[in-house]
Write a protein that binds this ligand. Sequence first.
Ligand code: 13P
Ligand code: ZN
Length: 297
Amino acid sequence: MGFLEDMQETLDRGVSSARGAVSGVAVEQLGFVKAFARMCQEGWLQGWHEANGGNLSYRMTDTDVAASRAFFYDTPGSWVSMGAQIECLAGAHFLVTRAGGHFRTVQAEPGRGCGIVEVDAAGAAWRVVWGLKDGGLPTSELSSHLMAHAMRMAATDGAARVVYHAHMPNLAALTLVVPAESRTITRLLWKVTTECVMAVPTGVGVLDTLVPGSAELARATSDLMKEHAAVLWAQHGLVTTGATLDEAFGLAHSLEKAAGIYLAARAANGGAEPQGLLSDETLQAIIEGCHVPTTKA
Ligand code: 13P
Ligand code: ZN
């Protein structure tokens, strides 16, 4: 977009350009936005975000909100019902990727590829207050993200701030050859390397095929997130959560890598189960010896 169109967009949204000049660092330049955009780029480079595949949300801190507020639109978007009241999200602000947006382009133009969504005082509706230029909407998986945030906030005493959804090839392939069942897939991935159970101690919840963007998918994902920081959507992709962007990305990376090793070993073994998977006893010894805070093995 050229300078004149940018200016028009700014005027359309009702933001005084003079205000930006006296209010400090533009939102695009704030640390949390740069880190968010960098993670989108890193996910793209991993090959996890074809076209508009995947989405990311970050629950902003009070400091993030204070640093951004001067740049919020004078005329925010309309309130959109969340279809449920999620009290713990009341008044929260989230940086989220754009519906239909490409991770490949977020870093080049964060004000278009992502935006800030504010939740109302009742925790029942949201509206766009910054970014998502030209009338963009937050990701079609926003319900899944918001419900996952609420569940993981409860599970982590408020520490969880990030929900990340990516389309990774090995995990998707795994769900084509292994039953979509949480315990089966968790134990299989834990047995691939001695590190996996340490990297992903809460294991992975697994959901059979559901309609993308649906309320059913959002509900089922949040149910599994009571126990798991990661949930795998069969024939689709993965959702991970964490206190930081790095934590959510690291969980995703660890699971995808384990799935890749498993599939490569299985292919090298003529399609049969690899013989070298860790035994139940070895897995248990690692959990005990390394004090892995897992609830089940
Ligand atoms: P969005 O472009 O709406 O974020 O959808 C991408 C996706 O991965 C849906 O599951
Ligand atoms: Zn998806």
